[in-house]
Design a protein around this ligand. Structure first.
Ligand code: FAD
Ligand code: DHB
Length: 399
């Protein structure tokens, strides 16, 4: 087995692993990133689109924000369509902060090119990944690449391998606590070559269920429909998708999305999940490896970025000041933000989706809440404050 040595071994080249590698590089710390998929697959995977201001600031400050600055679409507000009546929440006026629409695949592309420029290792298409010696001073990652076996010896392992990765699974069950909720619905998402017909996102609660209008560029619209968690996409020819989207999204002010050729379709289940603590010995979990939120609040990618910002600072402090204090606080500091986002994402999800039971009381209660949230300044401010996100270095509550 070929031995390699580095300071930080990073499993996973999603936004978390790539941003961590980048921040460590800026601090002069060595890392190796390994990824089991191909570079094209990682770039082309269609996922998040909404960046909080703190994520945008982090990308700009760390020198990977040039394209984001030019191509990202800054939005001051969002619309909520309440059973046909479209109401706007002016987030910039209420909070002074805004969101930016920029595809996760663009973020990943920018981070991969920054990594490539540094010449530091980023190895795609590895297999048989496993981690060892997590409680020792020199943990190790083993993997196979082109039929050759490798072992990375490092000071720290960063588990950035997403929800289905191996890092969290490698922690003894007695050492972690899992908090979880699975929702009785999913999202069918599409990309269409159609000019976005609204400059801002539209979240819609229709009697047939939730729908969301978003975008990727001045010529590409991104749309989602509430569906069954195990919905079979093959049952959704393009005409059926457009019928349903137009029904659920159009509002009585005449607004509706533009229709165009569909270029991508997919179904995602919805889950809330937290694994605590986000550390075992010298392995630290970050992003979806440690927590999942339902996508309604647009928080997943932003949480991943906040985690690795914190982890990079903690590792830097270990090397520069020979102090483990930030590493020791990493999990608790991340989890405060994670639980705030969990609460918000759960709330946005229950506010906007059609529940699986047709309880008339719950329907009336949800309608009343939607009217309140789109008319009371206090309620709109609360939604806006959560949606635009906390500054990255701010936590809520006391220790
Ligand atoms: P991932 O992106 O999952 O990256 C993990 C990487 O590890 C992957 O590349 C994977 O291939 C790799 N890997 C897995 N196992 C191994 C292994 N054994 N060895 C090596 N590598 C491995 N978030 C938002 O903030 N805003 C949004 O608007 C939003 N919308 C979303 C819409 C949808 C439809 C979905 C599905 C998600 C959305 N999210 C959103 C969530 C967001 O996409 C995730 O939270 C984000 O991808 C997390 O990044 P990550 O790096 O932690 O994990
Ligand atoms: C997008 C995804 C989300 O989950 C969301 O809440 C808003 C927008 C998007 O993909 O554009």
């Amino acid at each position: 087995m070929k031995q390699i040595r580095t300071q930080v071994g990073i499993v996973g080249a999603g936004p978390a692993g790539l941003m961590l590698g980048h921040l460590l590089h800026l601090a002069g710390i060595d890392s190796i990133i390994i990824e089991n998929r191909s570079q094209d697959y990682v770039i082309e995977r269609v996922r998040a689109g909404v960046l909080e201001q703190s994520t945008v600031d982090l990308m700009k400050k760390s020198g990977v924000g040039d394209r984001l600055q030019h191509e990202g679409m800054s939005h001051d507000g969002i619309y909520i369509n309440v059973f046909g009546k479209r109401r706007r929440i002016d987030m910039a006026a209420l909070t002074g902060r805004r969101i930016t629409v920029y595809g996760q695949n663009e973020v990943v592309k920018d981070l991969i090119s920054a990594r490539t420029e540094t010449g530091r290792p980023l190895i795609f298409e590895v297999s048989d990944v496993s981690v060892y010696g997590l409680e020792s001073e020199q943990p190790a990652i083993r993997f196979t690449k082109d039929e050759e076996s490798f072992e990375i010896r490092c000071d720290f392992i960063a588990g950035c391998d997403g929800f289905h990765g191996i890092c969290r699974e490698s922690i003894p069950a007695s050492q972690i606590h899992i908090y979880e909720r699975v929702y009785p619905f999913g999202w069918l998402g599409i990309l269409a070559n159609a000019t976005p017909s609204s400059p801002e996102l539209v979240y819609s609660r229709h009697s047939r269920g939730f729908a969301l209008f978003s975008m990727r560029s001045p010529s590409v619209t991104r749309l989602y429909l509430q569906c069954a968690p195990d919905e079979d996409v093959s049952q959704w020819p393009d005409d059926r998708i457009w019928d349903e989207l137009l029904t659920r999204l159009q509002s009585d002010d005449g607004w509706k999305p533009n229709v165009g050729p569909i270029t991508q379709k997919g179904v995602t289940g919805m889950r809330s999940f937290v694994s605590e603590p986000m550390r075992f010995g010298r392995m630290f979990l970050a992003g979806d490896a440690a927590h999942i939120v339902p996508p309604t609040g647009a928080k997943g990618l932003n949480l991943a970025m906040a985690d690795v910002w914190r982890l990079s600072r903690a590792i830097q402090r270990h090397y520069e000041a020979n102090s483990g204090d930030l590493l020791d606080r990493y999990s608790q500091d991340c989890l405060r933000r994670v639980w705030r986002a969990q609460q918000f994402s759960w709330w946005m999800t229950s506010l906007l989706h059609r529940p699986d039971t047709d309880n008339a009381f719950d329907q009336r209660r949800q309608h009343a809440e939607l009217l309140y949230v789109t008319s009371s300044r206090a309620a709109m401010t609360s939604l806006a404050e959560n949606y635009v996100g906390l500054p990255i270095d701010e936590t809520t509550g006391e220790d």
